[in-house]
Design a protein around this ligand. Structure first.
Ligand code: SF4
Ligand code: FES
Length: 204
């Protein structure tokens, strides 16, 4: 695999062909925030919080670091006025959905995002898709799915599969940036599967 030299935040970084900017930055110890990225999952490109500025042949563009492949001599800025502005707007939008999420609040401090700019519509899920994709791609179970479209889009546990599989797994819980997932699971469990006391004691 051929080696590619590029510059990230003024630092010369060695990467391999086929890597994304996010992977190259992580390997160089440069942090880029992510919400929908997970190293075990296919790139998704939904949240855009990983937006960075790239410069090549005198042209500057904003791209999603988790999707954009490394290129020879590319100049990458993980923080710039444009990048910070985009991240701030994304955070304000997401905070309207999940105002209490610590992960969002922490980044909101960094980017000066205010909760009040967009009308609050707490759905508590930011539709990062980590739970749905982890269950499908890693666990091959599809116990969680997206339902509905547009502003009504939400995640939902599929009771028949969740009742059989989730109690012994729950690997998706820590992935959720808002903790909504746990609430959705226990709600589905309360409505559609046996209560925890009916679960085998040794497996809880
Ligand atoms: S429930 Fe959590 S992990 Fe699943 S899509 Fe929503 S925010 Fe992401
Ligand atoms: S982490 Fe890149 S788009 Fe979500």
């Amino acid at each position: 695999m051929s080696e590619i030299l590029l510059q990230i935040d003024g630092k010369e970084v060695k990467a391999e062909e086929g890597m994304t900017l996010l992977e190259a930055a992580q390997r160089a110890g440069i942090a880029i925030p992510t919400f929908c990225h997970h190293e075990k999952l296919e790139p998704y490109g939904a949240c855009r919080i990983c937006t960075v500025e790239v410069e090549a042949r005198g042209r500057k563009n904003l791209v999603a670091a988790c999707l954009y492949p490394v290129e020879k001599a590319l100049i990458v800025r993980t923080r710039s006025e444009r990048v910070d502005k985009v991240r701030k707007m994304i955070l304000e939008l997401l905070l309207a959905h999940a105002p209490e999420a610590p992960e969002l609040q922490e980044l909101a401090q960094v980017y000066g995002a205010r909760e009040s700019r967009f009308e609050k519509e707490p759905s508590f899920c930011i539709l990062c898709g980590l739970c749905v994709r982890y269950c499908a791609e890693v666990k091959k179970e599809n116990a969680i799915a997206f339902v509905d479209r547009g502003t009504r889009r939400e995640i939902s546990f599929i009771p028949e599969i969740a009742a059989r599989e989730c109690w012994k797994c729950k690997e998706c819980f820590p992935l959720c940036p808002t903790s909504y997932l746990q609430a959705a699971y226990f709600l589905t469990q309360g409505l559609a599967f046996p209560p925890p006391s009916a679960e085998p004691a040794s497996e809880k």
